[in-house]
Write a protein that binds this ligand. Structure first.
Ligand SMILES: CSC[C@H]1O[C@H](OP(=O)(O)O)[C@H](O)[C@@H]1O
Length: 347
């Protein structure tokens, strides 16, 4: 039974309802999505974000797009559905879940016999299945995390980066799923949350999720992790991932790589929590992962305030890649494994 009640995407009859994550924590608002174009925009503008969550969103976007196609001819329908798939693919390049969910919907379309009404129904059912599977996957990740976290006489203090929580998934979360399971098992003292510049998902979203669940949380700026570890404040680091390659290299929010280096320097276990849908077995190493670069305004502006002078240049990669040798274990729904053991799950 799922214990989280926070779902970033819900299906309500003929529309997807998204929590608008750009407004948390100042306000909790939802956005109704009734067409594929709006879903693509919601993913690109990060109203919905987080690898599994954008996979779920894209899956519903494919169904909404199918409803927009006016033809009774199956070949024409499938051609136009591919155009909708391409529109959704072009939203964000790094999280493999987006592409995996779109491909799964295309497979559904191509392999569903009967008329187009049956095909469209199958697309909705597949989106709902993807969402339901991810909910169960996150719970399993959380529970497998308990087996790998350090055994300490005191309750644990865990550091996380960005938001890999219920908001980033179908619910419950991956890194925050491990944190929630540790909290429920009475093994967690406190969470340290990196603010995670420039979009501040840690300060805004992870802190908000922890407060909602009454989990003690301390927000720190991204340059504090080393100092905290040197003081012995951190027992382990648990982060999410947007794309993991066959050798166990993991792309995650920018700043994860430096956090992994600092963890290694302080001999602090560094865990990546992610569903197997985040593993891209078509890629051998992290060098091949496309890294999204986002608008410079995310760097030079906070809210409505510009913090940098005109005339400066900006660089805004949204992700970086942590090499497998810096990762203690990858926590999946099938168990926690060393990075080099990940290939056992390749089908
Ligand atoms: C559980 S995946 C969460 C993952 O996605 C985040 O990126 P973004 O907020 O840009 O979608 C971040 O990398 C998280 O670790």
């Amino acid at each position: 039974m799922l214990t989280s009640s926070l779902y970033p995407v819900t299906w309500q009859g003929d529309r997807a309802v998204l929590i608008d994550q750009t407004r948390i924590p100042q306000e909790y608002r939802t956005v109704e999505i009734t067409n594929s174009e709006s879903m693509a925009d919601a993913i690109k503008t990060m109203i919905v974000r987080g690898a599994p969550a954008i996979g779920v969103a894209a899956a519903y976007g494919m169904y909404l797009g199918s409803q927009e196609i006016i033809t009774s001819d199956r070949t024409t329908f499938l051609q136009q559905l591919e155009e909708i798939a391409q529109k959704l693919r072009q939203t964000r390049p790094t999280a493999v879940n987006l592409f995996w969910a779109i491909e799964r919907q295309l497979q559904t379309a191509h392999h569903t016999p009967g008329d187009l009404t049956a095909l469209k129904t199958a697309l909705l059912e597949t989106a709902q299945t993807i969402q339901r599977e991810d909910l169960a996957t996150c719970q399993a990740i959380g529970d497998h995390g308990l087996s790998i976290l350090p055994e300490t006489p005191e309750k644990l203090t865990l550091l996380t980066h960005c938001n890999a929580g219920a908001l980033a998934t179908a619910g419950y979360g991956t890194a925050l799923g491990v944190i929630r399971s540790a909290w429920r098992a009475n093994r967690l003292q406190r969470v340290f949350a990196d603010e995670t510049r420039p979009r501040l998902q840690g300060a805004k979203l992870t802190a908000w999720e922890c407060v909602q669940d009454n989990i003690p949380v301390t927000v720190i700026s991204d340059n504090m992790a080393a100092h905290c570890m040197k003081q012995g404040l951190i027992d382990a680091v648990v982060v999410g991932a947007d794309r993991i390659t066959t050798n166990g290299d993991a792309a995650n929010k920018i700043g994860t790589y430096s956090l992994a280096l600092v963890s290694k320097a302080h001999n602090v276990p560094f865990f990546v929590a992610a569903p197997l849908s985040t593993v891209d077995f078509k890629l051998a190493t992290g060098e091949e992962i496309p890294i999204e670069e986002r608008d410079a305004q995310e760097i030079y502006q906070i809210g409505d305030s510009r913090i940098c002078p005109e005339g400066a240049d900006y660089y805004n990669p949204a992700f970086d890649v942590t090499p497998a040798h810096l990762i203690t274990a990858i926590i999946t729904e099938k168990g926690a494994v060393k990075p080099e053991e990940l290939k056992q799950f390749k089908v």
